[in-house]
Ligand binder design. Structure first.
Ligand code: SAM
Length: 207
């Protein structure tokens, strides 16, 4: 894979991207109704990262891509010295700053974060090979995936960790009967699934 250099194009000042207010996104409802990431989610990420043997990788910089209101950045900041909190939609990183720095039950110093309004595909402010861990949690589906992955490769230090999470149907391998049974149960609940952006939102936020 080729790794593009940092971009020098103009800062992102206009445009709305998937999961924007005009698309019906509402952070207070999101925070109320979405499943939370359990402690085991973060332990798995941190344990994996801690197991890296490459001495060029450490706990300096994490990048929460498509951070929204900063749910993941909040816990990344418990381990990494600095967390880049990026999101392309206007107002989202301001909200993240408010929740992480000003109103958090245990606020973290602002200098621990860098808030930037950028798309995953075009995070020009992040230097080549400067990030130990990139996390794109429930945001990859809104991106041009190839461009985003190339960007992550450019930003990551050699041996760094890439975390991509996305809700989908669980797949059961090696047991056809169990797979069929689980599938039936999920279908009976009309289990949310995102074949196209917006499907889950329309189920969670019916008009
Ligand atoms: C479902 S929220 C996920 C927020 C948070 N990461 C979490 O795990 O809860 C999706 C986020 O992706 C952002 N987004 C949309 N298009 C994007 C893009 N091209 N690059 C990066 N983020 C994008 C949205 O603004 C929104 O904040």
């Amino acid at each position: 894979m080729t790794t593009p250099s940092p971009k020098t194009t103009a800062p992102l000042t206009t445009g709305e991207f998937g999961f924007s207010a005009s698309e019906g996104a509402d952070w207070s409802r999101y925070l109320t109704y979405r499943p939370i990431y359990p402690p085991s989610f973060y332990s798995r990420i941190f344990d994996y990262h801690a197991g890296k043997l490459d001495p060029r990788v450490g706990w300096d910089v994490a990048h929460d891509v498509g951070a929204g209101c900063g749910i993941v950045a909040s816990t990344l900041a418990s381990r990494f010295q600095t967390v880049v909190v990026s999101d392309p939609n206007e107002g989202y990183t301001e909200l993240a700053r408010r929740l992480l720095v000003e109103e958090a039950p245990s606020p973290k110093p602002e200098k621990r974060f860098r808030f930037v309004r950028e798309r995953a595909e075009d995070a020009r402010s992040v230097q080549d090979g400067s990030v130990d861990l990139v996390a794109a949690c429930e945001s990859i589906q809104w991106t041009d995936t190839r461009a985003a992955i190339a960007e992550f490769a450019r930003q990551l230090r050699v041996g760094g960790t890439l975390v991509v999470t996305f809700y989908s149907r669980p797949k059961i391998a090696g047991d056809e009967g169990a797979a069929r049974a689980v599938s039936k149960v999920l279908e009976s609940f009309n289990y949310p699934f995102w074949p196209v952006p917006g499907r889950l939102r329309s189920q969670i936020f019916p008009s």
